[in-house]
Every structure is written in structure tokens, then in C-alpha cells.
Write a protein that binds this ligand. Structure first.
Ligand code: SF4
Length: 363
């Protein structure tokens, strides 16, 4: 049985050919499933009756199951979704005056183990399928609906939830294609942002396959510190990461890279480190913006949030050097939906949680 949510336009056309149907049916199916949010084949009234009757025998529209839907005091809404075998993922909607952003997960947990990240501490179970990635947008769209002007409430998508998106490349790209496809969600490329910790080889592949906006979790101005905070840096050091960012923008010179930088008290937040960051980026010579993220402490974390004064002193160095710099508002703290707090529930296959407990006992 084919889950249609696993297929983008090209995949759908190939599957239709296999079952002896015409390619134009792909446009019809995408419009029904994504633009109109329909999951019942019998309601897809402009499909030929014979095709409509055949569909339930060969295909299904299988979504993750929403097990909780909480709204924070500031309007942030967190969906907890069951993807089977006691694994839960999180999807968060963040309303703002001029946009509505959905933060989507790509893995159950994360294998990369950044030292400040709550998701990383949960360990890793598996990659999500394309259906489970795009299904988060489908379900959130259904729950949020349209505004009074008939516009979709979700105007932007950030692939920044649980997991490292580029470590799940093959499932991610068809989901991105569906977000951008005019027959499906029709979002502009600049309104879909993939956030990576810096898997250089996959950044090059994304540029070829589906060049959405790109955010890079930087968090440190030099290799010595980044090796500790973002261990993938040991494989792809800053010189390689900067070169990959530059290549990413080669075909889109008006675009920019967003650098995410979590503010950890006394670790990466002093003005000298901001100046080091300026030197690093100025040498690399490409357009970028900085997004400073006040750290959200979680139980067992070794770090504290930088004070407001330290964050503004750091921001002022970057702004003084001519970089657009924003400080992210902490949203949804009361429902654990803030950045770095997405933890879901992971049946950990890496034994990371167990190892951490052993280390804690030894310490
Ligand atoms: S910050 Fe991102 S890449 Fe690092 S452990 Fe957390 S989810 Fe994984």
C-alpha cells in the first residue's frame, strides 16, 4: 500500500505510471491532499470515478497521530505527534505579527549530540519518512486553517525541530519539494529554511536539489570551542563550513546565510569572541545575518543563559561591523516549545541517555 504523502510530484508521476494512470492525475492529487487538506479519496470529486474507486485498494494517506496540542500564553502552539513504537516528535507553530512559522522535525531525536541541545541529549532512534515530515505541516495546517482574508496561517516553515535535517537528506528533499510545489503548498523558496549544524557534503547536495533558505548553527567563533559545542565540527571544521556557505550562495547572490548562535553565559558570549566572529565571517566574504538565541536551560544542562547585557554587548559588536543581527525572543517557554527544548520522546538506540546517567553517577 503506497502512502501518497511519501511522494512529491516526480515520485507521484512515477507511481501513477506503475499503476497504469496518466501523469496529470499527480497535479489533481497534490491539489486535493495539500491545497485542500483532503485525506478521504471518496471526497475527491473531480477524479474520474474509476480512479477514485481504485485508489483505496492501492494507496493511503497515513499521517502521524497528534497526541497533544498545547497553546502557550504567547500563542505558540506545540503539537506532539506519535510516529509509532513509543516515539514522539514535536512540531511548533510560532505566530508573529507579519508571519506564522511552523518549526518541523526531521528525526526522532538526533545523533549529533551538540552539548547545549535538549534534543541531542535524548539520543537517536530513527529518521522520519517524507510522509512524517510533510505530515506535520499537513496536520498543523488542518488545525490552524485560514485567516479571515483566506490566507494560510502558516506562511513560513523552518526545518529546525528535532534532528539534523541534512542527515535525513533523501526523505527531506521530497518534503521540501512538496512545500514549494504550486500544486501542493506553493511556499516561496525564501520562506522555507533548512537549518543545519554544518554537514558540508549535504549542503552542496541541497544547493543542487532544492536550494531553500539556509540557516547554520554556528555557536562558536573558532574550531577549538565549536569542536566542543557542535561536535560535527571535528569532521567539518569552520574553514570547510565557510567555504560551503559561500558555494551555497553562488547561484543566488541576493540570498544570505542565517547564522544561529546560542548565547551561553561565560562560554561563547564575550565581546572578544564577537570580534573573532566578525573576522571569521568578513574573511569568508558572503552575505549573512546573525540570529542570537538566548539559551533555554533544561534539566541536567551544564550551561546558563547569558544575561541581557552580555547579549546586547555581543550584538553591538556584530551590528557595529555591519551585520544584520537579531536577538530571538524566547517563545513558548511555559510549554517547553522554545528553541533547543524540543525533546519529544525517543526510544534511544544510541544508549546516550544511559551513558549520560553513568557519567553523572561517576561525577
Ligand atoms: S542542535 Fe541540532 S544537530 Fe545539534 S544535537 Fe540538537 S538537534 Fe542535533
Amino acid at each position: 500500500m503506497q502512502n501518497l504523502l511519501d511522494l512529491d510530484m516526480a515520485g507521484l508521476k512515477a507511481w501513477l505510471a506503475q499503476i497504469g494512470e496518466k501523469p496529470f492525475r499527480a497535479n489533481q492529487l497534490l491539489r486535493w491532499i495539500y491545497s485542500r487538506g483532503e485525506s478521504d479519496f471518496s471526497a475527491m470529486t473531480d477524479l474520474a470515478r474509476t480512479f477514485r474507486e481504485k485508489l483505496p485498494e492501492v494507496a493511503e494517506i497515513r499521517l502521524p497521530k497528534v497526541v497533544s496540542d498545547k497553546i502557550s500564553d504567547d500563542g505558540t502552539r506545540k503539537f506532539l505527534m506519535d510516529v509509532g513504537a513509543s516515539n514522539l516528535i514535536e512540531t511548533v507553530f510560532i505566530p508573529e505579527a507579519d508571519r506564522g512559522t511552523l518549526c518541523v522535525s526531521t528525526q526522532v531525536g538526533c545523533a549529533l549530540d551538540c552539548s547545549f541541545c535538549s534534543t541531542g541529549k535524548q539520543g537517536f532512534n530513527r529518521n522520519l519518512t517524507t510522509a512524517e515530515i510533510i505530515g506535520q505541516l499537513w496536520l498543523a495546517n488542518k488545525a490552524l486553517g485560514f485567516d479571515p482574508a483566506g490566507e494560510r496561517i502558516i506562511s513560513n516553515v523552518v526545518i529546525m525541530g528535532m534532528g539534523e535535517p541534512l542527515a535525513n537528506f533523501d526523505a527531506l528533499v521530497p518534503a521540501l519539494n512538496l512545500m514549494l510545489d504550486d500544486h501542493a503548498y506553493g511556499l516561496s523558496r525564501r520562506r522555507v529554511t533548512v537549518s543545519t549544524s554544518g554537514i558540508v557534503s549535504a549542503m552542496d547536495r541541497l544547493r543542487e536539489a532544492c536550494p531553500t533558505a539556509l540557516a547554520v548553527s554556528l555557536h562558536a567563533p573558532n574550531d577549538a570551542l565549536r569542536d566542543v559545542l557542535v561536535p560535527i565540527n571535528q569532521k567539518y571544521p569552520l574553514s570547510e563550513l565557510m567555504a560551503a556557505c559561500k558555494r551555497y550562495l553562488e547561484n543566488a547572490p541576493r540570498d544570505f546565510i542565517t547564522f544561529e548562535y546560542v548565547m551561553l553565559d561565560g562560554v561563547n558570549d564575550n565581546p572578544a569572541q564577537a570580534r573573532e566572529l566578525v573576522t571569521l565571517i568578513t574573511r569568508a566574504k558572503f552575505r549573512c545575518k546573525f540570529n542570537l538565541i538566548p539559551f533555554n536551560p533544561f534539566p541536567g544542562s551544564p550551561y546558563r543563559r547569558s544575561s541581557r547585557e552580555r547579549i546586547s554587548a555581543f550584538a553591538n559588536v556584530l551590528i557595529g561591523a555591519g551585520f544584520v543581527t537579531t536577538v530571538r525572543k524566547t517563545r513558548g517557554d511555559d510549554i517547553d516549545a522554545a528553541c533547543g527544548q524540543l525533546a519529544g520522546q525517543v526510544q534511544d538506540k544510541t544508549r546516550r541517555v544511559e551513558r549520560l546517567r553513568i557519567e553523572e553517577v561517576r561525577a
